[in-house]
Design a binder for this molecule. Structure first.
Ligand code: DC
Length: 348
């Protein structure tokens, strides 16, 4: 054989090389990585995305570095590249540079294979969901943005079960306090999260301002979030789907939700609404206290390291500052129906 093996193979008369292990090995490896990506995305979308992001970043950085090193040799040391008439040291460095380039191309192929597997898993998941007509709706947003009322209305409209996930964190905080523990103590908080009884969520005390503030303290503990994640995902897996509202539903709990809404409103408007609610329930608070509680919680919920409050990349943004509950509901219904028909923008 003369010339590069790969080209000889492709132009060969009988195509023998297609069954050669040397020719097939890279494709088999990429297929294996793609299968891994497929399985990983189906098991846990958030972890898959994290790994894929790191793999792409690492492999492209390596590729850029090795291309730069090869470029250096081609421009400044062409003798080493074209002949052996240079020092053994230069020859060794050139050989290592070429090997580095080969390895980084391999890493890029691996990262792309992983992405390909993930993309296939996404398409398969979409098709499965379309076939069974399930509808999972994720509604996120800050305190008193109107997401709770909106979630209930949407759930009623589509006859879906609804979970206010804030109640889970509120109940964990209640149970920590009841057991005499500290809210910021991970051991007490995790024990309460693991022992949480969903039948105790229907508790009027969970709706007050103190419960919300306490909830946002236990919600910063990663193990508490992990303990509650299983329950929330199981809730979303119901046969017809579900509506869940919270802070991280679109990003962590249900990253594959059919529609994600991120509800916002100005802090002042949210404080005004929440203050009216508390007054109607006979709670003794001032507007100023409610506003500072809302600001404190916003800061805590969006600055924590794990699952911070933030809109998912594919979320529809809904600003309810100037909308009443019915107008917000209508805008959301339109967004849901547009998404189901396959076209939807980012803002309503
Ligand atoms: O939605 P809410 O106000 O009832 O939530 C109370 C607190 O619980 C909130 O300040 C942060 C936390 N929470 C969370 O971290 N993740 C969720 N999915 C829901 C609530």
């Amino acid at each position: 054989m003369s010339g590069p093996y790969f080209l000889e193979c492709l132009s060969g008369p009988n195509g023998d090389c297609f069954s050669s292990p040397f020719f097939l090995a890279p494709f088999a490896l990429v297929a294996l990585v793609a299968a891994g990506g497929y399985a990983a995305r189906r098991a846990d979308v958030a972890s898959f995305r994290r790994v894929r992001r790191r793999a792409l970043r690492f492999s492209t950085s390596l590729l850029i570095l090795s291309l730069a090193a090869v470029g250096y040799f081609l421009i400044f040391d062409p003798q080493t590249v074209s002949t052996t008439d240079t020092s053994p040291h230069a020859q060794a460095v050139w050989a290592a540079t070429v090997s580095g380039l080969g390895a980084s191309v391999g890493f890029v192929a691996g990262a792309l294979g992983l992405s390909l597997g993930g993309w296939i898993a996404k398409q398969v998941g979409r098709r499965e969901r379309m076939n069974v007509q399930r509808l999972v709706i994720a509604i996120d947003g800050p305190a008193a943005s109107g997401k709770g009322t909106l979630a209930k209305k949407v759930a009623l409209h589509y006859a879906l079960p609804c979970l206010d996930t804030g109640l889970l964190y509120r109940a964990v905080a209640r149970d920590v306090i009841a057991s005499g523990g500290e809210l910021s103590d991970p051991i007490a908080a995790v024990a309460a999260a693991q022992a949480l009884n969903a039948a105790t969520l229907d508790d009027g005390r969970l709706r007050g301002p103190a419960a919300g503030d306490a909830a946002s303290i236990v919600a910063r503990i990663p193990e508490v979030r992990a303990a509650l994640l299983k329950y929330q995902r199981a809730f979303a897996r119901q046969p017809n789907g579900a509506v869940l509202d919270g802070r991280d539903i679109g990003t962590v709990v249900c990253p594959d939700a059919d529609i994600k809404i991120f509800v916002t409103a100005s802090a002042e408007e949210r404080a005004r609404r929440r203050h009216l609610e508390y007054q109607a329930r006979g709670e003794a608070t001032t507007y100023e206290d409610v506003l500072s509680d809302i600001r404190r919680r916003d800061a805590r919920d969006s600055s924590r390291d794990i699952s911070p409050m933030e809109p998912a990349r594919d979320a529809v943004h809904l600003d309810t500052t100037a909308l009443d509950a019915d107008a917000a509901f209508q805008a959301t219904l339109e967004a849901i129906e547009a998404r189901r028909r396959g076209r939807c923008g980012k803002n309503v």
